[in-house]
Design a protein around this ligand. Structure first.
Ligand SMILES: [Zn+2]
Length: 156
């Protein structure tokens, strides 16, 4: 029996005899990754597929006009927007003051101020790229010093 290493999770699985080109295992996350890769390839190479997809999305958006409005009201998006607005405001202020700290001001991890704790910087953050077109990313940062304490999982 032929085995393959899944291109997504890396796990070694028995390959299907019916699909000699198999690269992914059957786990849902890996199948999703396979489909996403296929689709992004298809969009790049097939103009008909690209046009068809654009039309479908447009039709769907027209049939669901409230979707964006509702999505923007979800707690995660409200928080994201609040943080991004703060960053926009700070950037504006900085521009006005003609302050440029060079490399230091770039790629600042914008902290959710309320989750800051006195023992470290662990918490949930919005990572806001200095490139406006890139989307902000919610990240979880754990201070290694905190995990070094006895009684904490992962203590060495
Ligand atoms: Zn897999």
């Amino acid at each position: 029996m032929k085995r393959i290493d899944c291109a997504h999770c890396g796990e070694s699985v028995v390959a299907s005899s019916r699909n000699p080109k198999q690269e992914y295992c059957g786990k849902p996350a890996c199948q999703r990754a396979r489909k996403t890769k296929w689709e992004s390839q298809k969009i790049k190479t097939d103009p008909d597929y690209r046009a068809n997809r654009r039309d479908s999305q447009k039709t769907w958006a027209e049939e669901n006009p409230d979707y964006q409005k509702q999505y923007k009201k979800t707690p995660r998006q409200v928080e994201r927007n609040r943080i991004l607005q703060k960053v926009r405001y700070q950037r504006q202020k900085k521009k006005k003051a003609c302050l440029d700290e060079g490399g230091l001001s770039k790629n600042v991890a914008k902290m959710d101020a309320l989750k800051f704790n006195k023992t470290g910087i662990s918490g949930t953050f919005w990572l806001v790229p200095s490139v406006a077109k890139m989307d902000a990313l919610m990240v979880q940062i754990t201070d290694i010093k905190e995990t070094m304490r006895p009684g904490v999982e992962g203590f060495l």
